[in-house]
Design a protein around this ligand. Sequence first.
Ligand code: 8YV
Length: 328
Amino acid sequence: MTQRKPAILVARAIFPSVIERLREHFDVTSNDDDAIWSPDDLASRLQGKAGILTTGAERVGAELLAACPDLRIAANMAVGYNNFDLAAMTERGVQATNTPDVLTETTADFGFALMMATARRMAESEHYLRAGLWKRWRYDMFAGAEVHGSTLGILGMGRIGQGIARRGALGFGMKVIYHNRSRLDAATEVACGATYVSKAELLQQADHLVLVLPYSPSSHHAIGAAELAQMKPTATLTNIARGGIVDDAALAVALRERRIAAAGLDVFEGEPQLNPELLTVPNVVLTPHIASATLPTRQAMADLAADNLIAFLTTGRALTPLNTPTGR
Ligand code: 8YV
């Protein structure tokens, strides 16, 4: 007698090849139209499913878990997992996984690129050119901030932060300072050329501040009006971490009043909506949460999320677990 395959739900459209691979192991309900389901919709589609492949957008919290007692694993196709209530998942015996490592270098590339685009005013000057305003050269036209040799500040020094530090220190001769919940060991500090400082020192000394910390209630508005006020008026701020870490309304005011020089933002409070003020200030580079978006990296993220589902539901052991479920 053939055993019935476990049923799983893939919450958003992903690579068809990954869906095919999942079908070898599971009875798969996919979302090929890439519809955005309400929490109620998600709960009803998840009935009888043992696993779900989520992106960073679907909330897996106490309510969903209570409504979906058959769920055993949620595999996030993202390294960030602030859409998961890990404590509730652990208590309910549900495995949580994410996709670390496979996106580190790609995301660090993007963070560095966004910082450079911000410092060198690439978006603002491109808009000027597209608008037909470029009539002649001028000595100070779109003069930006120096990148090489300047001070790079990094808030949140996990794998991606370290990748950005290496790029700055080794590639651009930058002085790299960082602040993190816990200090790195000495060998890692040397390897990424970074010096630990307090948050206040980081804010005050950085020419370019890049945010790479995870979102949690304790990092909500880690950069607000008070922190922006401590930064140099010539400094730039780049956020590739999560919306909500920056108080976007306070940032829009600081940019308009030139209390800092410019910002580069890939993530926003309430995205894909964004604070309308940010669309009206010129000194900001805006991108739609694409820091990990290269096809090879997105493929690797989808593969790892799928492999977590396969490994956990066939052997009981996930590849990149976030918790040790106790509740079953
Ligand atoms: C994801 C991200 O693309 O990995 C993360 O934490 O922010 C991005 O790489 C996004 O969360 C959608 O899953």
